[in-house]
Design a protein around this ligand. Structure first.
Ligand code: ATP
Ligand code: MG
Length: 377
C-alpha cells in the first residue's frame, strides 16, 4: 500500500493522474489486506518508465509496466478501454483513454470498478460501495454486453461469489445463464486459473452451486464432473486438492480432466494420490514409496486421519540413497558383472529394510546377501 502511494506521488509530481484501482480498493474497503496493488494512470508506459529506476515490461502492449520499488512490484496501467470484441474472449485492440471513469467502465464488476486517490478518497461511479455493503456481485453496465465482450467474466463472477461469500445479482446471473455457451471460446488456461481459485475459496460450495445453477457446467470442458457433492470438501489452500476430490467423488481418472492442461507436477500429485485412494491398506512400503504430500492428499479425500508425517519419519530409511550398500558392494560380494540383476537385488534389500526385517547395516546386509545370492545361483 505505502509503496503504491509512493508510486502515485511520483506520477502526480510529474503531472499525471494516478489511482489505486480494482481488487485492492475492494479488499481495503472490506478490511482485508490486498495481495497485490494495481495503479491506473494517465501516463503512457514510456512515460512511466522514465520516472522509475527499475521497471519491467510485463504487459507493455496492454499499457502495463511493473514498477519495482522497496522490494515490491506495483503494476501501473495506462487508462484504457478494450475497444471491440469479435470473439468473446479478448479485445481486438486496447485503446488508451483520457479519463479514469472510462477505465473503470471496462472493468468486470462494480466492486472491482472503484478507484482510490493517494489521500484515500474513493471514486465509485458504478455503486461498488453499495454492492460491497450488500454483498452483491453485479456487472458494470449491461451484463449481456459485458459477457459478450469477455465470457470469462461469467466464471469470475462465480469465483468472486465464493471468494467473498457474496451473492450474484439476479440480472447478472440471468445473463450468465443466457450466455453460458460462450464459455467454450475461452482459452482453457484462463478457465483453469479461475477454477483453481474457486477450489481454494472458503465458500467454494457457493461457487459450485452457482456454477451448476448458471448452467456453465454444461459448457465447460467435462463440466458435468463439477456437479458432485462438495459438502465434505475443505480446502487446504492447494487447488490441486479440488481436482483430486472431484475425481475421487466421480470415480474417474486423471485423463478425464487432462483437457485443463496441468503441469507435470500437478499431474503427478493427482495421479499418485488417486492411486493411494485405491489401495486397501497402506503398509511401510506405501509410506516409503509415496511422498508426504501425496499421502496427505489421499488421506484427506478418503477421510482417513493419521499422523502420516510421524509414520513416515519412523521408517528405517527415507530413500534409496540412505541404504548402507549400493550396486558396487553387490558386484564385489557376488563377483558377478553389472547387469539388470543389480536393480532386482537392490530393491529386495530395500524392501526388507523398509519392512524392518533386515537392519540397514552393511555387515548384516552382506551376510544376508551372500547367503541368498549364492542359494539363487
Ligand atoms: P484477486 O486478485 O483477489 O483475485 P482482483 O480483483 O485483483 O482479485 P484480478 O484478476 O487480479 O482480480 O484483476 C484486477 C482487476 O482488473 C479487477 O479488479 C478488475 O477491475 C479488472 N479485471 C480483471 N479481469 C477482468 C476481466 N476479465 N474483465 C474486466 N475487468 C477485469
Ligand atoms: Mg489481483
Amino acid at each position: 500500500m505505502n509503496t503504491a502511494i509512493k508510486v502515485i506521488h511520483t506520477l502526480k509530481a510529474a503531472g499525471f493522474e494516478a489511482y489505486i484501482v480494482g481488487g485492492a480498493v475492494r479488499d481495503l474497503l472490506l478490511g482485508k489486506t490486498p495481495h497485490d496493488v494495481d495503479v491506473a494512470s494517465s501516463a503512457l508506459p514510456q512515460q512511466v518508465k522514465v520516472l522509475f529506476d527499475r521497471t519491467v515490461d510485463t504487459g507493455i502492449d496492454h499499457g502495463t509496466v511493473l514498477v519495482l520499488l522497496d522490494g515490491e512490484g506495483i503494476e501501473v496501467t495506462t487508462f484504457r478501454t478494450e475497444s471491440s470484441y469479435s470473439d468473446n474472449r479478448r479485445p481486438d485492440s486496447v485503446e488508451f483513454v483520457l479519463s479514469l471513469e472510462e477505465d473503470l467502465r471496462r472493468r468486470d464488476f462494480t466492486i472491482n470498478a472503484m478507484a482510490m486517490t493517494e489521500d484515500l478518497k474513493i471514486i465509485d461511479p458504478f455503486g461498488g460501495k453499495e454492492d460491497l455493503k450488500n454483498k452483491v456481485i453485479r456487472a458494470v453496465g449491461d451484463p449481456d454486453e459485458r459477457f459478450e465482450e469477455d465470457a470469462l467474466r461469467m466464471l469470475r463472477a462465480i469465483r468472486f461469489s465464493g471468494q467473498l461469500d457474496f451473492i450474484i445479482d439476479m440480472k447478472t446471473l440471468l445473463s450468465i445463464r443466457r450466455h453460458a455457451r460462450l464459455i467454450r471460446f475461452i482459452a482453457v488456461e484462463r478457465l483453469k486459473s479461475e477454477i483453481d481459485k474457486i477450489f481454494v475459496n472458503p465458500s467454494m460450495q457457493k461457487s459450485m452451486a452457482y456454477l451448476k445453477d448458471s448452467v456453465l457446467t454444461r459448457f465447460l470442458p467435462v463440466g458435468g464432473l463439477f456437479e458432485v457433492d462438495w459438502i465434505t470438501y475443505h480446502t487446504d489452500g492447494n487447488p490441486t486438492y479440488g481436482w483430486l476430490y472431484l475425481l475421487h467423488q466421480q470415480k474417474r481418472q486423471f485423463t478425464d480432466i487432462k483437457d485443463y492442461r496441468f503441469s507435470n507436477e500437478e499431474k503427478r500429485l493427482i495421479e499418485k494420490s488417486l492411486e493411494l485412494t485405491a489401495l486397501n491398506t497402506w503398509d511401510q512400503w506405501t509410506f516409503y514409496k509415496y511422498t508426504l504430500k501425496q499421502l496427505e492428499m489421499a488421506s484427506r479425500v478418503t477421510g482417513k486421519k493419521k499422523d502420516l508425517a510421524a509414520i513416515k519419519r519412523q521408517l528405517p530409511i527415507q530413500s534409496r540413497s540412505e541404504l548402507a550398500v549400493d550396486g558396487w558392494d553387490l558386484i564385489e560380494w557376488s563377483g558377478a558383472k553389472s547387469g539388470p540383476w543389480l536393480k532386482v537385488w537392490i530393491e529386495k534389500i530395500e524392501r526388507l529394510i523398509v519392512y524392518g526385517i533386515l537392519k540397514n547395516d552393511k555387515e548384516l546386509i552382506k551376510d544376508w546377501f551372500e547367503d541368498e545370492y549364492h542359494s539363487h545361483t
